[in-house]
Design a protein around this ligand. Sequence first.
Ligand code: FAD
Ligand code: MLT
Ligand code: ZN
Length: 484
Amino acid sequence: MVMTPEQKRIVEFAAEQFGPKTVTTDPSDIEPWLTDWRRRYRGAAPAILSPASTEAVSALVALANDLGVALVPQGGNSGMVGGAVPPVDGSALLLSTRRMNRIRSISPEANLAIAEAGVILATFRDAAEAAGRRFPLDLGARGSATIGGLVSTNAGGVQVLRFGTMRALVAGIEAVLPDGSVHDGLSALKKDNRGYDLTQLLIGAEGTLGIVTAATLRLVPAAAARAVAWIGLDSPAKALTLLRRLQAATDMIESFEIMPDDTVALVLEHVPGTRLPLSGRHRWHVLVEAVSSDVAAEAPSAVLERLLADAFAADLAQDAVLAASEAQAEAFWRIRHSISEAERAAGPAVQHDISVPVDDMPRFMVEGGAEAEARFPGTHAIAYGHLGDGNVHFHVRAPQGADHDRWYAEDGPRITRLVHDMVVAAGGSISAEHGIGQMKRDELARLSPPARIAALRAIKTALDPRHILNPGKLVALAPETGRT
Ligand code: FAD
Ligand code: MLT
Ligand code: ZN
């Protein structure tokens, strides 16, 4: 791919100043990083910049800003909204943080650690455990998602119920701003009221306001014991009542993931080695995890066992099994975390990562699905995920045999507009945890009050007046800027 003279200048500067590993222009190296995990978006880039230090990121961004060259920050490229995919016209360079993979410090006494942006979630979680602590954020992409991506998408995952999203777990950020200057906000002060909170502004900014180079992250005490149960039940309404009873009885509940039976069946069909934990089928399944960090406290398994017996007596659950070993607990989780993979194998679908008020979620899951299927005959709607967060993944599968491209071009967007209209009517959000990226940029503009879009544009233009960082993502800029 031909580079512009400005892009060439940056590529040469990168190699001269920071060594040959800091850049690749080899198409076979670049290729795997040009499409998103779901393979819904594909872009082009003449080079990937791979700086290994904040100093290098700062110098490269400063030069890109001087020359007006667009950069797309990329971590693990596991994002679900096409946020790390470069524009199709090759006008941007990818800037990968994967070489910035040092854990700078872990302080168990302070329950804090400083990790660079390219550290992979699984690596960081292991390092916290080795230090006798836990980093309480987990999701299916733990083997590829990076700290910088998790911060920039304000990721959620399966432990939000007890510990919140990434926003709650970030105590400080170091980032390179669009002019190349470095925001050093890593010190984890308990109180700091020096004006606008740049750390919170950069969390969830999806690489449009700065490049996160490191983060100070909160840790929690190590788990003394955990219990994982797989439950079969009749409805999301009963599941929510069950969750409320569990939470009222104990503070150990960390995860409560709901899945419809046909989604579990899809995993069992497409993912080798998975099998249903219960003997019979149930219309809905819940995976619940209880964790205690207090060795003297009642064991989570005993607590769950007791509470599930009450649930049976109250006809809230029809069947349940407690994992008898760590291996079995992991086998339960493997089913839940394989849903995206199974769904990707099963054919065209439009995905929605939505949130509505928690109490409205059961109604939305059932009625929303029925409405989508009624309006688009032959489609199949499913809703699964983080029920207690008021966040489910509401996916609508194409009719059997639908033409893949035509469906994505025609009915897919219509279904998305229907789903998003239903969500907004319920007072919900069209993006609960995945962000906006390019996938929801136009829907965000369509469904937001003009004042909100104007404010987002003003922030973007104030910090990145040349619009070099991640163009085309999150908020569409005013047409007069000449950039999308
Ligand atoms: P990338 O995909 O590389 O980038 C994501 C966005 O952040 C892009 O806009 C990119 O430009 C920007 N970015 C990346 N690094 C930086 C940086 N250092 N500075 C500035 N901007 C940057 N997400 C959830 O929230 N909850 C889930 O439960 C969940 N489960 C998942 C399960 C599977 C199987 C998969 C594939 C994904 C899942 N995700 C989930 C989505 C994804 O893992 C998260 O969005 C994650 O935060 C992306 O991290 P990443 O390093 O891959 O970022
Ligand atoms: C999940 O909870 O599995 C993820 O957010 C991914 C998805 O939406 O498929
Ligand atoms: Zn999710």
